[in-house]
Ligand binder design. Structure first.
Ligand code: SF4
Ligand code: MG
Length: 347
């Protein structure tokens, strides 16, 4: 297996005329070829910012991106173009990302040309791209304009265009959330098929944790610009550790969700937390999360300590002042939570 690390650590700020928003802070993630990593969070959690930082669309105020271990200078120049070719972005709204006055042929040809891949048999390359995204027979689609296609077909064209660069990674920002519910699954299945056949690393950004479970190998949860929990998707959705992730799963019953049946092993109303207190062994508390309402905090002045503490039903004194680092949850390899409940030193 070839690993494809894209790593970002540090802090990024979007600076406006009068204020600085800490959109994402201390975000670190590694994408691996042949795996889908979901980045889940509410709108405003910073998940799109992470994708745009990785794609080099936003200037960063710190941190770095590494590709195969080499630090990428995202500023500009040849090195960045080489990186940008390997890391392609897919946006939420395929209608907005395709030019309405140009045909499918134009979009795909241009992508192949930009990336120096418009070889001798351009027609063959175009047909291959369309077949890859299951728009077959290709002749039926190649000379169509975006408005002549359905939403799902447009998103497939956008994916084909990204594949025109022969990328190693796709950054897909809510790639199905604007599509009809009935065709979402088809597009996700296509991405999964591409992941396997082309050995792609995929970053799947979504607000829908149910779809992350269905589609992603690994899941990371973001809250207020920070990553709060990560691990394999099955563990995160079946045994969420962070109180915020539990809240997300609790509020997941969304008519649009992809996996219809609630999982009987996930108790959506209550959950157990192990509360760590020195000298007290493994006390278990039954906590109801349903009462925890509220809004995500402003990123201009994020709360001190754990950013989730104003909404957290099990917040402790230290949570209001001390920022929790990542702790191993201990129930599955690689499962971590940035929450003081899992402070091994106190357990
Ligand atoms: Fe809640 Fe404290 Fe954990 Fe934050 S660190 S999620 S406030 S228990
Ligand atoms: Mg977004």
């Amino acid at each position: 297996t070839k690993h494809f690390p894209v790593r970002r650590t540090g802090r990024a700020a979007l600076t406006g005329p009068r204020r600085s928003i800490q959109a994402v802070d201390d975000v670190s993630l590694t994408l691996q070829r042949g795996r889908v990593t979901a980045l889940v969070g509410e709108s405003g959690s910073g998940k799109s910012t992470v994708a745009r930082l990785l794609a080099g669309l936003y200037p960063r105020t710190g941190g770095d991106i590494r590709l195969h271990g080499e630090t990428v200078n995202v500023k500009r120049g040849k090195a960045f173009r080489a990186y940008a070719r390997r890391v392609q972005m897919i946006f939420q709204d395929p209608f907005a990302s395709l030019n309405p006055v140009h045909t499918v042929r134009y979009h795909l040809t241009r992508a192949l040309k930009i990336h120096g891949r418009a070889g001798e048999d351009l027609e063959k390359s175009l047909r291959e791209l369309l077949s890859r995204v299951q728009l077959t027979p290709p002749e039926r689609y190649i000379d169509k304009f975006p408005h002549e296609l359905s939403g799902g077909q447009r998103q497939r064209v956008a994916i084909a265009r990204a594949l025109g660069a022969d990328p190693e990674a796709l950054l897909a920002d809510e790639p199905v959330s604007m599509l009809d519910v009935s065709i979402r699954l088809g597009v996700l299945n296509l991405l999964r098929d591409l992941k396997e056949r082309l050995h792609l690393a995929i970053l799947y950004i979504t607000h829908d944790i149910a779809s992350a479970r269905y589609f992603a190998d690994d899941t990371m949860v973001m809250y207020a610009g920070r990553m709060v929990e990560g691990g394999d998707s099955e563990t995160i959705t079946q045994r969420p550790a962070h109180p915020y992730t539990r809240l997300l799963i609790e509020s997941a019953p969304d008519p649009d969700r992809i996996t219809a049946a609630p999982d009987p092993t996930v108790d959506n109303r209550h959950f157990h937390v192990k509360v760590a207190a020195p000298g007290v062994d493994n006390r278990h508390f039954h906590v109801k999360v349903a009462d925890s309402g509220g809004e995500p905090p402003s990123l201009i002045e994020p709360p001190a300590g754990c950013r989730f503490h104003p909404r957290c039903p099990v917040a402790m004194e230290r949570c209001t002042t001390e920022l929790p680092p990542r702790f191993d949850v201990g129930d599955a390899p690689g499962h971590w939570a940035a929450c003081w409940l899992y402070d091994g030193a106190a357990r």
